[in-house]
Design a protein around this ligand. Structure first.
Ligand SMILES: [Zn+2]
Length: 334
């Protein structure tokens, strides 16, 4: 069976080393790992327009990105080069392409990532909000309900901000407690604004949370809400940085847990695709993306043994999930 991956060699040209670990090697290794094991059909991302980017980002911010002569910095870990804007724009196009072929359950292999980019800022290795731009462009002339489940170790504050008042886009994020990790926001009570209240769902898990914590969060919060929301499109925003071996975060997931999450969630919607987000261990990242691609297409493979949470950590998770339920019960049957 051939699997579709949306990829362009341009995504390898963005090279922020030595300023941060979001290096081209991450994608190069992932792609070759996939190609060695599966029949992968590469789909080229479509070029979207500047006017599409402006649906989400401010013109002043775009000017800052576009007209860089040599390196400038949005933040110490987010350097801008001459080609940054064009490559980040193509990454938005890649997600847009995925929406169009979502029935075939493709994997978006793009970089730089997008979920930390807000309307007028970039940060945390992100410049343009790939998912934010793609969904907003799509919703311009079509009506659909999108659910994004972001299980990168970090909360996607940019994506949350873009859809904070939107009822067509449900954003659910499982991430490490922001009191202990960048970006410092993404607490239980940040549930959206106005009409959009209840459609932004942060689930901040304690440091060292492992498979049992994620299983519980998925079963008790994510799945019931998704089943009730009934999205037309489901986007899995997959960060391998929640894996136990990742050097940037303090979560303890096994690859088997990633398999389980992708498998359970993708059963809830016909049109599903996954986007590669963070993940900085170069051995783990390709395996997580491979496992996700297969699980999303209903093939489960064994990777490693599931990990267990330490008792105190699991207790802390249960407390967080109770807080989530209490905050969200006026919007969803939990
Ligand atoms: Zn991350």
């Amino acid at each position: 069976m051939a699997f579709k991956a949306i990829f362009s060699p341009k995504f390898l040209e963005h090279d922020p080393s030595p300023y941060n670990p979001e290096v081209p090697e991450r994608l190069r290794k992932t792609l070759s790992y996939l190609k060695e094991r599966e029949d992968i059909e590469i789909v080229k991302p479509e070029n979207i327009k500047d006017s599409d980017i402006l649906l989400v980002h401010s013109s002043e911010y775009i000017k800052n990105l576009k007209f860089v002569r040599s390196v400038e910095f949005l933040s110490p870990d987010t350097p801008v080069f001459e080609n940054t804007y064009d490559i980040a724009k193509l990454a938005c196009g890649a997600v847009y392409t995925a929406i169009r072929i979502a029935k075939e359950r493709p994997l978006v292999l793009s970089r730089p990532p997008g979920h930390h980019a807000g309307k007028d800022y970039g940060s945390g290795f992100c410049y343009l909000n790939d998912v934010g731009v793609a969904i907003t462009k799509y919703l311009q002339d079509k009506n659909a309900r999108f659910a994004i489940v972001d299980y990168d170790a970090h909360y996607g504050q940019g994506t949350a901000e873009i859809f904070y008042e939107n009822t067509n886009v449900l954003y659910i994020s499982l991430h490490q407690d922001p009191a202990t990790l960048y970006p410092g926001v993404g607490f239980v009570n940040e549930i959206g604004k106005g009409e959009g209240r209840g459609f932004n769902i942060p689930i901040p898990l304690p440091p060292y949370a492992s498979d049992n914590s994620y299983d519980k969060a998925v079963e008790e919060i994510v799945m019931p809400i998704l089943s009730e929301f009934k999205p037309d499109y489901l986007i899995l925003y997959v960060g391998a940085d929640a894996h136990a071996r990742d050097p940037l975060a303090n979560l303890m997931l096994s690859i088997t847990c990633y398999v389980k999450i992708a498998n359970k969630l993708s059963k809830l919607c016909k049109k599903v695709f996954a986007v590669m987000a963070g993940g900085y261990d170069l051995e783990v990242l390709p395996k997580v993306m491979h496992a996700t691609l297969l699980a999303m297409n209903d093939i489960e493979i064994a990777y490693d043994k599931p990990f267990s949470d330490e008792k105190r950590v699991l207790k802390r998770t249960e407390k967080v999930l109770a807080e989530c339920r209490e905050t969200l019960e006026e919007f969803w049957s939990l």
